[in-house]
Design a protein around this ligand. Structure first.
Ligand code: ADP
Ligand code: MG
Length: 481
């Protein structure tokens, strides 16, 4: 019983196990837990199974160990025990040991309840209590998760398929324009689609506050209380706005508790995790953390491009791939802003009976950056401010890694210099939104593809390398971002 790892195909074994147990596994758990799992090792009779999800190991050990163990024992007679571990790198879509759990999903088909439901529009009309604020354009099907937001998307799917399960409350946080409202709205509508009788309400925190203030003004808060405490699912967007609004926060706290204690689903979003919410009661903060906390992350270049392509499909326009790439390269911070640029460029071109080109898109980007006062996106004629900013980044990165500026812009290919050089290029791109050409020029006339490669490399590496993530965060802070 030496090291048996080499003697079997891990993927095949885990695949056979999932193939056998999937009909008994809750669809939501397949989508969130099993989708990012794999056999990690097998040594001396001990098999280790990894999960990207934090709750995965405990959950599977508790619920499925009794089923999994005999199945694997049949395949590996020497098996003595199984360990369940968390392994965050399993979130990576390209992980070699993962099996395509999605393929089992198609075998399962749609949840039973959903099959009974007739057409979509009928569901929307016949549904229980629905907020007028639901926007039909936001669905879980048209949200492109990419590898960055797979987990949050899967959690929303799980809640949509089975509300008030283990993801309660579901708390989604992250920067502006990254899809929080889209996911909240889509999840609410998915619940209504699967369970047309349920009472689901979506509202923003501001709306909730206004309603309370109104009810207090009328000195008649009971109807308000009854209305909200009778729901099956309450969705509140941007809850950071409850900060320092004691009465509203208090009322929300009671509503939250009543719903939660009665096994009802709560979905929340905010611009930051609960522990960082300021002006909030600690009891409420700790309650927010009782279910699932997930961050929406900035999408990678590939995901941004996929979103743009999907949007073009929706708008029924064909754009030159280079134009789409140009938009995806230049707008890295907010999907909302990126889609805004695409829409404006298409709209302006249509007025002239043409289609957007790199030149017209660059003009739209410049206009957007002026309106929103973000950075200095100047794609044609770089002015002095930009160049100074660019050199500042090189200077600060050089100091951080105790190198000189000429080390960074020079030709040395030692790792100690190459990595900081790539980091500088990445930061200039991220923070100053400079074109690859101009970054290349600043680094001794390097080709734009070298810069593009460096930026992509850092972006990908950051997902798995925590030290690099910390270095970049520290540098961004030093640079005032
Ligand atoms: P937030 O609430 O986080 O500020 P939104 O949900 O309003 O962001 O998203 C902004 C816009 O970007 C919306 O039009 C949304 O549909 C779109 N969007 C964001 N992320 C994605 C994605 N991954 N796939 C498709 N559309 C997206
Ligand atoms: Mg929003």
């Amino acid at each position: 019983m030496a090291n048996e790892t080499a003697n079997f195909d891990r993927k095949a074994v885990w695949g056979q196990v999932i193939a056998k147990i999937h009909p008994q596994v809750d669809r939501g758990h397949l989508l969130t837990i099993f989708i990012h799992s794999a056999i990690l090792s097998y040594e001396k009779g001990v098999l280790v199974i990894g999960f990207a999800s934090i709750i995965g190991p405990d959950y599977v050990r508790e619920k499925y160990h009794g089923k999994i163990f005999p199945l694997i024992k049949e395949l590996l007679p020497d098996l003595e025990s199984i360990e369940y571990e968390m392994k965050s790198s399993l979130i990576d879509a390209e992980h070699p040991d993962k099996i395509p759990v999605e393929s089992f999903m198609s075998l399962i088909g749609t949840p039973r309840k959903q099959r009974k439901v007739p057409g979509k529009s009928e569901v929307m009309l016949e549904g229980g209590m629905r907020s007028k604020l639901f926007n039909k354009e936001y669905t879980l099907q048209n949200f492109i998760p990419g590898s960055e937001n797979r987990l949050v998307h899967a959690a929303c799917m799980a809640v949509g398929a089975k509300p008030a399960g283990i993801y309660n409350p579901l708390y989604i946080y992250g920067g502006v324009g990254l899809g929080k409202t889209h996911l909240l709205q889509a999840t609410g509508q998915e619940i209504l689609k699967n369970y047309p009788g349920k009472k689901v309400v979506y509202m923003t925190a501001e709306h909730f506050i206004n309603k309370i203030v109104e009810a207090i003004g009328r000195k008649h808060t009971k109807p308000f209380k009854d209305e909200y405490r009778n729901l099956d699912c309450l969705i509140v967007d941007d809850i950071q706005f409850f900060a320092n609004k004691a009465t509203s926060e208090q009322e929300f706290f009671h509503t939250f508790n009543d719903l939660y204690d009665n096994g009802k689903q709560i979905i929340l979003s905010a611009d930051r995790p609960p522990r960082e919410l300021e002006g909030f009661d600690d009891r409420l903060k700790s309650r927010f953390g009782m279910g699932m906390l997930i961050e929406v992350c900035k999408p990678s270049f590939e995901t941004r491009l996929a979103i743009l392509k999907a949007k073009c499909g929706e708008f029924e326009v064909m754009l030159d791939p280079e134009v789409l790439e140009f938009i995806a390269f230049n707008l890295t911070h907010s999907v909302r802003e990126m889609i805004g640029v695409l829409k404006t460029a298409i709209g302006e071109a249509q007025l002239e009976n043409s289609t957007p080109t790199i030149r017209t898109v660059a003009q739209v980007i410049r206009k957007f950056s002026r309106d929103q006062d973000v950075g200095t996106i100047d794609l044609k004629d770089q002015n002095k401010t930009v160049v100074r900013g660019l050199e500042d980044v090189v200077d600060i990165v050089a100091k951080y890694f105790t190198l000189t500026k000429s080390d960074l812009v020079g030709l040395d290919r030692k790792k100690e210099v190459m990595v900081p050089r790539q980091i500088s290029m990445y930061l200039i791109r991220e923070i100053l939104n400079q074109s690859f050409e101009s970054i290349g020029e600043c680094f001794g006339g390097r080709n734009h593809t070298t810069v593009m490669h460096a930026c992509n490399k850092v972006e990908n590496q950051m997902k798995i390398d925590q030290k690099l993530q910390r270095d970049i965060n520290a540098l961004k802070k030093e640079l005032g971002f």
